[in-house]
Design a protein around this ligand. Sequence first.
Ligand SMILES: N[C@@H](CCC(=O)N[C@@H](CS)C(=O)NCC(=O)O)C(=O)O
Length: 283
Amino acid sequence: MTDPLTTLSETRVFGGRLKRVRHQSAAVDCDMTFAIFLPPQVEDGVKVPVFYWLSGLTCTDENFTQKAGAFRVAAELGLAIVAPDTSPRGDGVPGDPEGAWDFGLGAGFYVDATEEPWARHYRMHDYVTRELPALVEGNFPVSDRRSIAGHSMGGHGALVCALKHPGFYKAVSAFAPIVNPAAVPWGEKAFGRYLGPDRDRWLEWDACALIAKAPERLPILIDQGDGDGFLEAQLKPQALVAAADAAGHPVTLRMQPGYDHSYFFISTFIEDHLRHHAAALVG
Ligand SMILES: N[C@@H](CCC(=O)N[C@@H](CS)C(=O)NCC(=O)O)C(=O)O
């Protein structure tokens, strides 16, 4: 049997190791690349918990690893970090017909598409919640304690993954998430194509809708910059707070004055998120 994983690079950082790994994914039916940071604790034979990070529109596995500044604190806390790509890619994977950046390549929206021509490859939810954790846990010195976080489209993804899989993640948080994709332009474009015109089916992938019937009340931490140019049209975090309040679901929304949508904002507050996750994961 051939090794299912190809290590593209390995880099020492804060006493740990950052690897980029390629593999053939059955879930999305193409080669996929993900990043994994292993903290120094694994060198003592310790199996560490995993913080999954889902990036936003236009990103690959590399935006978070290069710009978030997460590794010093992850090394201190003994957390592995796994950062997948944001869509399937490669020969035969269709992208946006007009070449736009908010749909298709780099914009998988962490759903399982049902419509053609997207249904074959655009199954990022299955990839992130099933195939990738099994691969990571089967091939690296990590435990089955997991948490999930993300940014923008990836914030939506993290919330939906946690809400749809009670018990699978020990913590969840988001930066500037798209909380109500069924009701904003980015989500309407993506869901209309990936999931088809029936808006009722979109609600299965919308955190504001899912929170009402969530069987587990895992506390949600959200940071949102009030200088974020996407805040009013696409993000609307108050909609999640309203839905959570109605459902009795604990949400902490921190509006951060002057911060925009960028990784400068994420790098400012990532330490708080890692500590929030570690409190649930470690020990
Ligand atoms: N057109 C911009 C807008 C898209 C955008 O802001 N993407 C966010 C996620 S929604 C991002 O993380 N961009 C990549 C980066 O900042 O490294 C871009 O191409 O980056």
